[in-house]
Design a protein around this ligand. Structure first.
Ligand SMILES: Cc1cc2nc3c(=O)[nH]c(=O)nc-3n(C[C@H](O)[C@H](O)[C@H](O)COP(=O)(O)O)c2cc1C
Length: 349
């Protein structure tokens, strides 16, 4: 079993529940919405891009400077320029951050081709050098979020040796390689090796969408906690439901479709940017709905109709038609959706 986080920067709870960093999702508005439904113990910002001419992104910075939650926030960086990463970590530490996180997982081709994010995993020597430099300049918690290799899970052993050398305070492992992007099964055995070989707490990440998948992930990995991304967009109650289960051993009932509609409406209002036209805002909402909608409405009609809507009245009319009947929302999304890889979990049982 992975050790629990040991203060002063990180919450000492076990299992620790963290919101995964998600670009253009986990901003101040989304943090506010999550707080209304139950909350993680620890937030991660979306990544700050770091390169020769980068400045701290003001929008992302607001999730630190205006953090409405009272809970710790870790600032994530992505980049490969060692001097700039160190300078940015210094700059970020002038704000109220619980930690600084290095992204070693982003699979986007525009990031990997610049040898940062997941692309860095092709160059373990560079990872080693970056971790050494950051370790000596970070006074808050130093955390790393990684995939288990670039091409193959076999690469992970070597990466673990490197992580073990740098006294990182927390490692989050998305149990896929960069090449596997989001579609494959999660390699729980590799997350377990991180737990067994590193002295720091390990958070397991990937395909946690429900109480069942959370418990299975903890059991298969022995991790100190869970980092949850898309499952929290789909079901913002997930942190409250998991904490309730860990505290009491009993499961809370799932919300019904009316509560889900209220959540979507809250998300719509909170994320509304005064400068966006209704069309732009409805388009932005589709980014969340891709994860919320799978499994809702007969034959995926809810998502089908939402993909075609262009204005606010139509958006809420579709919500009303599909989400007013009060039936319980499905516990998990269908595995043939954007949550591919869930089917593999069932096969593994
Ligand atoms: C829309 C979106 C944006 C993401 N942005 C980031 C990011 O900024 N930094 C990062 O480390 N991972 C990012 N990820 C990956 C997630 O943090 C997480 O590792 C991945 O979604 C798997 O976890 P899940 O199955 O709980 O969603 C992003 C994922 C999604 C779906």
């Amino acid at each position: 079993m992975s050790p629990a986080p040991d203060g002063p920067w990180l919450p000492r709870r076990t299992p620790l529940l963290a919101l995964a960093p998600m670009q253009e999702v986990t901003d101040l508005a989304f943090m506010r919405v999550l707080e209304a439904h139950g909350h993680p113990d620890l937030y991660f910002t979306e990544y700050f891009r770091v390169h020769a001419h980068s400045r701290l992104d003001r929008h992302i910075l607001r999730s630190i400077t205006e953090n409405p939650t009272g809970r710790p926030v870790v600032a994530q960086m992505i980049g490969e320029d060692i001097e700039r990463l160190v300078a940015t970590a210094e700059e970020l530490q002038r704000y109220e951050v619980a930690g600084i996180d290095l992204n070693l997982g982003c699979p986007a081709p525009c990031v990997c081709s610049k040898h940062s994010g997941g692309g860095l995993l092709r160059n373990p020597a560079k990872v080693d050098a970056i971790l050494a430099a950051l370790r000596s300049s970070i006074r808050v918690a130093f955390t790393v979020k990684t995939r288990i290799g670039y091409e193959s899970p076999e690469e992970f052993d070597n990466l673990l040796e490197i992580f073990a050398r740098h006294r990182i305070d927390l490692l989050s492992v998305h149990g896929r390689t960069v090449a596997e992007r989001y579609h494959s099964a999660i390699h729980y055995d590799r997350i377990r090796s991180a737990v067994e070989r590193l002295p720091c707490p390990v958070l397991a990440n990937g395909n946690v969408v429900s109480l069942r998948t959370a418990l299975l992930t903890l059991e298969k990995t022995g991790a100190a906690g869970l980092m949850i991304g898309r499952g929290a967009i789909r079901h913002p109650w997930i942190f409250a439901h998991l904490r309730h289960y860990f505290d009491t051993g009993t499961a809370l009932p799932l919300p019904d479709s009316r509560e889900l509609r209220k959540y979507i409406e809250r998300l719509y209002r909170e994320t509304r940017d005064d400068e966006a036209t209704p069309f732009q805002h409805v388009t932005r909402m589709k980014r969340y709905l891709n994860f919320i909608a799978p499994g809702l409405g007969q034959e995926e009609r809810f998502l089908y109709e939402m993909k075609r809507v262009r204005e606010e009245a139509g958006f809420f009319e579709i919500c009303d038609r599909h989400l007013r009947t009060g039936e319980t929302v499905p516990a998990e999304p269908p595995p043939e959706s954007v949550f591919a890889g869930l089917a593999a979990l069932d096969l593994a049982e």
